[in-house]
Write a protein that binds this ligand. Structure first.
Ligand code: CA
Length: 197
């Protein structure tokens, strides 16, 4: 039996395309066209992965994600309509595992689905999560270790800036395509780090 993927999307043509392509890859596909239906189908079908659009009638994708996170540990791949960092940051906060910005290629989507299905979903420890949210909110800016330490750990944190380096290394292992050559969290020599997204 194939792994089950729930597609939550209200654009019929996109649902059709996703269903067709995922089925061809051997997945069992179920669908929901709005937020409430998504909750119902997820609870009934217990999918192995959810592809979740943000802009939905009724409950939006953030709400759906927030609610499902409390009930099940299924990997969630969110579809964002805009290349908007805010969407991604809020998505991270509500517990999404990965993101894809529309329009996306089917090849890209299938690759992400495969990664989320095979491996461990992106499970961040609390401080890794806080660090990633802080970096993403300040995308493109050079952030010193001291600033990161103060904002993420608090000014009264007893540890040194080495803590930042260690957490950056752990984050890179989880989010960089090649952790040895980081392209998302870039080192700025002698200063700190810059998040490229
Ligand atoms: Ca939509």
């Amino acid at each position: 039996m194939g792994k089950k993927v729930l597609v939550v999307e209200d654009e019929p043509t996109l649902v059709e395309t996703l269903e067709y392509n995922l089925t061809r890859q051997g997945y069992d596909v179920c669908t929901a066209a709005d937020g409430l239906a998504a909750l119902e189908v997820a609870r009934r079908e217990r999918p192995d992965l959810i592809v979740l659009d943000i802009m939905l009638p009724g409950l939006d994708g953030f709400e759906v994600c927030r609610i499902l996170r409390r009930e099940m540990s299924v990997p969630i791949l969110m579809l964002t309509a805009r290349a908007d960092e805010v969407d991604k940051v809020v998505g991270l906060e509500v517990g999404a595992d990965d993101y894809l910005t529309k329009p996306f290629s089917m090849r890209e989507l299938l690759a992400r689905v495969k990664v989320l299905r095979q491996g461990e979903p992106l499970r961040l420890k609390p401080k890794e999560h806080d660090l990633l949210v802080f970096l993403a909110r300040n995308r493109g800016l050079v952030l010193s270790r001291d600033l990161i330490l103060e904002r993420v750990w608090g000014w009264d944190f007893g540890g040194g800036s080495r803590t930042v380096d260690v957490h950056v290394r752990w984050l890179r292992e989880k989010i960089e395509p090649d952790p040895a050559c980081p392209t998302r969290i870039v080192t700025v020599r002698g200063v700190g780090y810059r998040f490229e997204g």
